[in-house]
Design a protein around this ligand. Structure first.
Ligand SMILES: [Zn+2]
Ligand SMILES: [Zn+2]
Ligand SMILES: [Zn+2]
Ligand SMILES: [Zn+2]
Length: 254
């Protein structure tokens, strides 16, 4: 007589459940196919562009995935980080790499590679940190076009609205003040604060109608952000000019 051992029975159940699960998963996949298929197709194209060394194109495709609001394949942040590294967008690369490790932990298919990328990022990120010529994302500062780097700019005086004078507050602009004498009779006096003029020189601009204040374009920093990646080297032109200046100076002094 054949008996089914409990062990075998369990195995069969598990197998059956497994099949049901796979079938269910398949129909599930079929339902989300249009969206999931969209982003994984984009990612595959991006990966082949990466293989060809076309990181700009890969970058564009990854951004399409993000902009499309399609579900993001779990390995995508790693490949995007790799692409951004190649494009020297180190700060952004680190952002996506951290996101990848945060989401997948050590279970990600590219965990080892991600850890290696983390190490490769260390140097370039440090270079950005110590460089004074670029912002913390590694983009070169450019001189502010409004103040030309001087940080301040002469503007119309805001306090007096460029009139150069303000109304005297003691006499409310009349130039006269009143006092009652001992006989309770009102007497008029010339306002001693404004000498009877009713107005005072603007204390902010001293009557010049102009004030020098922090440049509003650059918030007084003298520089603006740009979209040029920094090479952490002083500008060649400036180097060249200072050399030229040096030459002229040495020629001028025989
Ligand atoms: Zn400025
Ligand atoms: Zn007055
Ligand atoms: Zn003023
Ligand atoms: Zn720099």
């Amino acid at each position: 007589m054949r008996t089914i051992s409990p062990n075998n029975f369990h195995k069969k159940i598990v197998l059956l459940l497994g099949l049901v699960f796979i079938l269910h998963l398949n129909t599930g996949m079929a339902q989300v196919q249009p969206t999931l298929g969209g982003s994984s197709r984009l990612m595959n194209t991006a990966l082949s562009e990466m293989e060809k060394g076309e990181y700009d194109k890969a970058n564009g495709l990854f951004r399409q995935i993000i902009d499309s609001n399609l579900p993001i394949p779990s390995e995508m942040p790693y490949y995007f980080a790799e692409t951004l590294f190649e494009l020297q967008q180190f700060d952004n690369s680190a952002n996506f790499l951290n996101k990848y490790l945060e989401i997948n932990g050590f279970k990600g298919d590219n965990y080892e590679a991600a850890k290696r990328l983390e190490q490769r990022l260390e140097n370039p990120l440090n270079e950005i940190k110590v460089c004074q010529l670029c912002d913390r994302r590694g983009y070169r500062y450019q001189q502010c076009f409004t103040c030309e780097g001087t940080k301040q700019i002469e503007q119309e005086c805001n306090y007096c609205k460029a009139k150069g004078v303000i109304g005297c507050s003691r006499c409310v602009g009349s130039g006269m003040v009143t006092k009652r004498n001992v006989f309770n009779i009102v007497e008029y006096f010339e306002c001693d604060r404004c000498s009877g003029k009713g107005r005072l020189e603007c204390p902010t601009c001293n009557g010049s109608k102009k004030e020098v204040s922090a440049c509003r374009t650059c918030q007084g920093s003298g520089r603006l952000q740009s979209d040029h990646l920094c090479d952490h080297e002083p500008e060649k032109e400036i180097q060249h000019l200072s050399q030229l200046f040096h030459k002229l100076k040495s020629h001028g002094n025989p």
